[in-house]
Design a protein. Sequence first.
Length: 242
Amino acid sequence: MKHDERASSELLEVIELTRQFLEREKLRGLQHVVMGRETWGALEAAVQKAHGSVQRKDAAHALKQLSELAGGCTKCNLSETRTNVVFGEGNPCARLVFVGEAPGADEDRQGLPFVGKAGQLLTRIIEAIQLKRSDVYICNILKCRPPGNRTPASHEIECCIPYLMKQLEAINPPLICALGNVAAQTLLRVKSPMSRIRGRFHKFGGALLMPTYHPAALLRNPAYKKDVWEDVQIIQREYENC
Ligand code: URA
């Protein structure tokens, strides 16, 4: 256990013991505890920090276990042609998760999502809304590269989607951005084209999901740039409130 984590769980233990002590004193007639505003504020901040650190540790642990499981996955034929499983990377407590389609050649070689040309554009999009790649979490519908970057087959999506669902459960982000038709249509269970579903949030469990064009589509068709910029600005505004 790292120093920060130990300090957090010790602090939570002290708080719990204090709570129990005050409950007992209340039964014995204690009616008021006087605490200055500054002390109260400092206590609240410490509790929040401790909770945040414990949550972060839990999410990171769940993602690590899941990534090890996915690393040995042979549920579909893509396991025979992949070089690396591309599980995902980023902040385990991200408030914003980007979900793409599937790894391409660069991602397959490096085992990391969105590191090729489309990935570089995604990095610029993230930075344009004043975030860093390390603030968000980035992953895909499929964890293995379809040969020749063909569109994922529906049975491949079926095999792989439980990994993504568990990833999202561990991270529990308030905001998700689905990049491209495959991600948006799979997560929203619709067949509508991107032009019909982008530009507004859709409910996804307890999160809000924004579909937008895939960066690879943007590279092929720069006319999509205006729409993507609109979509990510909506995300940026919501991000500041959540
Ligand atoms: N395209 C995707 O959908 N995902 C990646 O990781 C890279 C390119």
